[in-house]
Design a protein around this ligand. Structure first.
Ligand SMILES: Cc1ncc(COP(=O)(O)O)c(C=O)c1O
Length: 456
């Protein structure tokens, strides 16, 4: 239902809101879109038009879909009972969710609350810096990150960002962050080699050796790169990364902000591989957007490094996040996790993933502009090219035209956008974990029409 005063609301939006990631000039002549309602996989805008949302709230967040009463009730009840207290004290949902989460993460042990993915990653970086200061005069302070990965929007999270275009104009950056190469076989001349995964991981070792292993504290990686073009690491990659990190005493920080909470068909993306993280960060789908929450999870060994006699005034993690004490976050996250369990959504992700990949491969047979389809679970990308033989990337405007056409048809899909100078050419799909075959058919049909409408 459209609110009666919707025109006023659109006016307030146009006059006073500063939207994320968009050029406002367009709204001097058209209305900004205001999302008014959501139910299941669908949202309704201010004109009363309904859309099928194939990107879970635009940025891969609403994993269990819209309008979940059990989450809303859990948050409401908790807010009335106890809304907030700084997390130097505990709270009931905080303790309960920590235990439930750790039960899904063998080898991990401690949960640190904050309120965005960027912030959780910053906690991980601060841990590494402080550990270096406490243990070896700050020497092992460098943090490696990978070309094409993204870890957040703050200046330091951007310093760990491998998306060069996203960083443009925001420097200078925090020192001590060092880039390692990506592992996208499609865009690497060695990509066809059977041991490409091992070779790509060995590239990381070369960087560690060039920097001096005694100065490298951690490596921060997405398990499967999301906004950098949906990159599923090649076989042998993660296992070799583990071997290298163990050899040189480099902590493994895995950014599960997108992949966590079932997106890839397991609770966490890293659980597809034989790797033992020291730090795992998550946000987005953790509470499906029903409350702002992020966490950094660590091993007990790492936690123990920060244990000391209380008389030692500096030897503990001297970090705080005001809103890490909001109880709505863990209350929502608990109810969110219960939905994933009760509705067997991981099974649904795996079944729907096969179906979605199959349907996209059919599209690829039909449309030359699709160079490659790749993904895991319900996180899938289709990379667009000008020429399949040379793999010359399509222009950003091509991907934008497909997204806009789908929107006109009532289907919201995503794309890599203003992230990588040459490679803003991947269409991204991340429907909620509840999606059905009918939803997928609707998404793929819209894409088929949109791809067919591209100028030949
Ligand atoms: C992999 C990854 N890490 C971190 C972030 C940052 O999360 P937030 O926007 O909640 O700060 C994002 C956001 O898109 C992300 O994709």
């Amino acid at each position: 239902m459209k609110p009666e005063n919707i025109n006023e609301i659109v006016g307030s939006d146009r006059n006073h809101l500063w939207h994320h990631l968009v050029q406002h000039k367009q709204w001097q002549t058209t209305d900004p879109m205001v999302i008014v309602e959501g139910k299941g996989m669908r949202v309704t805008d201010h004109t009363g038009r309904e859309y099928l949302d194939a990107v879970s709230g635009g940025v891969w967040t609403v994993n269990v879909g819209y309008g979940r009463e059990s989450i809303a009730n859990a948050v409401r009840d908790q807010l009335l009972k106890m809304c907030y207290f700084a997390n130097s004290a505990g709270n009931i949902p905080g303790a309960q969710f920590a235990e439930k989460l750790i039960n899904k993460m063998p080898g991990m042990s401690r949960v640190y609350y904050s309120n965005s993915g960027s912030e959780a990653n910053e906690k991980g970086f601060k841990l590494v810096r402080q550990l270096a200061a406490m243990k070896n005069d700050g020497k092992k302070h460098k943090i490696l990150y990978r070309d094409r990965d993204y870890h957040g929007t703050t200046i330091t999270a951007l310093s760990a960002g491998g998306q060069a275009q996203r960083k443009d104009q925001y420097g200078p950056f925090t020192p001590g962050f060092v880039e390692v190469p990506h592992c996208l076989a499609y865009r690497d001349p060695r990509g066809g080699d059977p041991d490409y995964g091992v070779q790509a991981a060995r590239d990381i070792e070369k960087v560690i050796l060039a920097e001096d292993p005694d100065t490298v504290g951690s490596i921060c990686l997405e398990p499967i790169t999301a906004g950098g073009g949906v990159i599923v690491p090649p076989e042998g990659y993660w296992e070799t990364v583990q071997e290298i990190c163990t050899k040189y005493g480099v902590l493994i920080h895995i950014d599960e902000v997108v992949c966590g909470m079932g997106r890839t068909g397991k609770w966490f993306g890293y659980q597809h591989y034989d790797v033992k993280p020291d730090i795992v960060t998550m946000a987005k789908g953790l509470a499906s957007g029903y409350a702002a929450i992020s966490v950094m999870v660590t091993t007990e060994d790492l936690f123990n490094e920060f244990l000391a006699e209380p008389s030692d005034t500096m030897h503990y993690f001297r970090d705080i996040s005001t809103f890490g004490g909001c109880t709505a976050g863990p209350a929502a996250a608990l109810a969110n996790m219960e939905i994933i369990e009760q509705e067997n959504l991981l099974d649904n992700v795996n079944q729907m993933s096969d179906y979605l990949m199959g349907r996209l491969n059919e599209l690829m047979d039909k449309h030359e502009v699709i160079g490659e389809v790749r993904g895991k679970g319900l996180f899938v990308g289709a990379e667009l090219v000008k020429d399949r033989a040379t793999r010359e990337p399509a222009d950003e405007s091509t991907a934008a035209a497909v997204v806009a056409d789908c929107l006109k048809q009532g289907v919201m899909i995503g794309r890599t956008s203003r992230s990588l100078h040459k490679y803003n050419n991947t269409l991204c799909l991340s429907p909620a974990l509840i999606c059905t075959r009918d939803d997928i058919d609707e998404i793929v049909t819209a894409m088929d029409i949109a791809l067919g409408n591209l100028p030949q």
